[in-house]
Design a protein around this ligand. Structure first.
Ligand code: SAM
Ligand code: SF4
Length: 333
């Protein structure tokens, strides 16, 4: 193994997120504009190249890989990537191979994912109401996602639901969602909207601080803070009434960068060192330069040097433009 990855602030990088496509079969209002222009397919790293980069990171001590997008399960033949990467699980050099998905294709792939050693999936679900679901995702079909979630459970995958808290669109559905999740053995994590990429809607109209959500929940439930960390930015509470766990991802009301252990690879081979900053290194060129990984490792090392201390997201009326111009679907959520 070559040297483990440590940045200039002493943070060790153990977690790589890989966006395997910027395309998606939904158009969630907080994530994408309705008419998006996507990358030409020829610009994408092949699945073999994605495997090579991911494996180089595993060689450097990365213990967790998350496949995301866009919608990762719409990339053609994506299961071959999971199959390939599962060898690191078998070898004991990787602790976890997982994905974030909108659930639309889970009915088709849940069993195959479980067969590749995937143990948990994050499914994004912002509402349990079919009309609201259509309004938020524009193109999605709630029934299909629910079938996907059931298929995942049947295949033995643990399902975590990610719900973006939106001021008008789903604020009143947070409590029903919490009850649904905990009744069905799913964990729930709430996420604040982040100012990433141009969308049609006004983000200040969408933004709902989770501090407000927490206060509202405390009117009817007992929340006990938990010290748990899953290596991610979420903070957790136990809901005493249900016995289940609730996570809060609060990039805007609480900055969690000091413990950041992750970097993100786009489908074109750009390594972003922070979700909320533009610091990046191109890995495609060094990857294609030679069959060996020397140039690739040098580029990754450079990434460690420029990884910024943190993001500085703000959502305020004065600020018309997003914090970074790329969408979440490019960097991978
Ligand atoms: N398509 C997959 C999905 O929806 O789960 C994976 C990619 S999606 C970009 C990953 C996560 O990012 C989703 O949970 C989504 O809700 C969240 N997301 C997208 N845009 C966001 C934004 N501007 N602020 C906060 N979360 C966002
Ligand atoms: Fe697609 Fe996921 Fe973005 Fe929704 S959040 S548009 S499902 S990438």
């Amino acid at each position: 193994m070559t040297a483990p990855l440590q940045d200039t602030f002493g943070r060790t990088i153990r977690y790589l997120r890989i966006s395997v496509t910027d395309r998606c079969d939904f158009r969630c209002v907080y994530c994408m504009a309705e008419h998006m222009s996507f990358l030409p397919k020829r610009d994408l790293l092949t699945l073999e190249e994605l495997d090579r980069v991911a494996s180089a990171f595993v060689d450097r001590g990365v213990r967790k890989l998350r496949i995301t997008g866009g919608e990762p399960l719409v990339r053609r033949n994506v299961m071959s990537l999971f199959e390939g990467l599962s060898r690191h699980l078998e070898a004991g050099t990787l602790d976890e191979l997982t994905l974030t998905t909108n659930g639309s294709q889970l009915g088709k792939y849940a069993q195959a994912l479980a067969d590749c050693g995937v143990k948990r999936v994050n499914v994004s679900l912002d509402t349990l109401d079919a009309d609201t679901f259509k309004r938020i995702t524009r193109w999605g079909d709630l029934a299909r996602v629910m079938e996907g979630i059931e298929a995942a459970q049947k295949a033995g995958l643990k399902v975590k639901i990610n719900m973006v808290a939106l001021k008008d669109a789903n604020q009143h559905e947070i409590l029903p969602m919490l009850r649904f999740c905990h009744a069905n053995g799913h964990e729930l994590t709430l996420i604040e909207t982040m100012p990433l990429g141009e969308i049609e809607a006004d983000r200040t109209d969408q933004y709902l601080p989770l501090s407000t959500v927490r206060r509202n929940l405390e009117e009817s439930l007992t929340l006990t803070d938990l010290p748990d960390s899953t290596g991610g930015p979420a903070r957790y509470v136990r809901i005493e009434e249900t016995g289940g766990r609730l996570g809060f991802i609060t990039p805007l009301t609480h900055n969690f960068c000091e413990s950041c252990n992750r970097v993100r690879l786009t489908c074109t081979g750009t390594l972003y060192l922070c979700l909320g900053q533009d610091h990046a290194v191109d890995l495609r060129e060094p990857l294609r330069q030679s069959e060996g990984n020397e140039a690739l490792n040098r580029a990754i090392d450079y990434g460690m040097v420029i990884k910024p201390k943190g993001h500085d997201f703000v959502i305020e009326r004065r600020q018309a433009s997003p914090a970074v111009s790329r969408h979440m679907s490019t960097t991978g959520g």
